[in-house]
Design a protein around this ligand. Structure first.
Ligand code: NCD
Length: 314
């Protein structure tokens, strides 16, 4: 029997798998633009069902997983506010919930939860693949896949790039998952730019050290920007901060606006997992280097490729 293929951490992917996913995502993008091809795609995974189980808010991840599944002909069964509307309110454990859901014959479960390690716990009690769609301040591996796919689309090769990752690095799971994935590439340079209270966790820095990845914590945004091929910006994860934390004031100096664009390379790629708040004002959107909406669109194609990989791979 084939092993159940869970997607729990970004570091579980190797470069051949990433190349395969990017190739398939390109193919899905091309075919989705041709009506007859789009229809043909719905034959690929007909009869399969995605359970979409979200205990935390989401727009992009939830909708793009649902859309990806439906474009592949799958059915989608969803609970979108499970923290309030599922039996979690009554005190049911995640483990029990997952066991019960498996009785309803999903083919895959996309799970977003507010606790670090929730997807891993769910996987231990699931007979079908669990996809970690975000586990608290832990990881968000499918976001990292779409982020890397976007860099690949914008710049071609990933080896040798200088990537600035900025914002709330202490609590942002997308920044963490992206750092793990970037560590798979050669000659990378990563610059972390964050307020003192929101610096990148020691676990990630130790991992980069072990993998021999060059990185630095750069407190001055103006020093990081001119060197960067990719600027990956994030919001303060207010919901994960204690209410007294000085999130807003700390981040006032961490805005990418027109003045910061001036400092960036002409071909740099400005990314954000979204939602963005004030850290990238909307006047930046029309700059050709602003990739965040195209980046969000990539989420659906990479999730189509990922679902296919889970079902068909090896
Ligand atoms: C991110 C998340 O949920 O971690 N959103 C997303 O999935 N695109 C980023 C965020 O909420 O800041």
């Amino acid at each position: 029997m084939r092993r159940v293929r869970h997607v729990l951490y970004s570091q579980q992917f190797d470069r051949p798998i990433l190349d395969g996913l990017f190739g398939r995502a390109d193919e899905f993008r091309r075919r989705m633009a041709v009506p007859s091809e789009k229809l043909a795609l719905t034959q690929l995974h007909r009869g399969k069902t995605l359970f979409s189980v979200f205990y935390e808010p989401s727009t992009r991840t939830r909708m793009s997983f649902g859309a990806a599944a439906q474009h592949l002909g799958m059915g989608v069964v969803a609970t979108e506010n499970a923290r309030e509307f599922s039996s979690a309110v009554k005190g049911e454990t995640l483990e029990d919930t997952i066991r019960v859901l498996c009785e309803y014959h999903p083919d895959v479960i996309a799970l977003r939860h507010y606790e670090i390690g929730a997807a891993e716990r769910a996987a231990r009690h699931s007979s079908v693949p669990i996809i970690n769609a975000g586990d608290g301040g832990g990881q968000h591996p499918t976001q990292a896949l779409l982020d890397l796919y976007t860099i690949h689309q914008a710049l071609g090769a990933i080896d040798g790039l200088t990537v600035t990752i900025g914002g709330d690095l202490a609590n942002g799971r997308t920044a963490r998952s992206l750092a793990y994935l970037l560590a798979k590439f050669e000659r990378m340079r990563i610059l972390f730019v964050a307020p003192d209270s929101l610096r990148m966790g020691a676990d990630i820095k130790e991992h980069l050290q072990e993998k021999g990845v060059t990185f630095a914590e750069e407190s001055r945004l103006e020093a990081a920007l001119p060197q960067s091929d990719v600027v990956y910006w994030t919001r303060v994860q207010k919901e994960r901060l204690d209410p007294d934390a000085a999130g807003d004031e700390a981040l006032a100096a961490f805005v990418i606006g027109p003045a910061q664009l001036e400092l960036m390379k002409p071909n740099a790629v400005l990314m954000h997992p979204l939602p963005r708040l004030t850290e990238i004002p909307s006047e930046v959107d029309s700059d050709p280097r602003a990739w965040y909406f195209r980046q969000a669109g990539n989420g659906m194609f990479i999730r189509m490729a990922l679902l296919e990989w889970i079902f068909d791979g090896d």
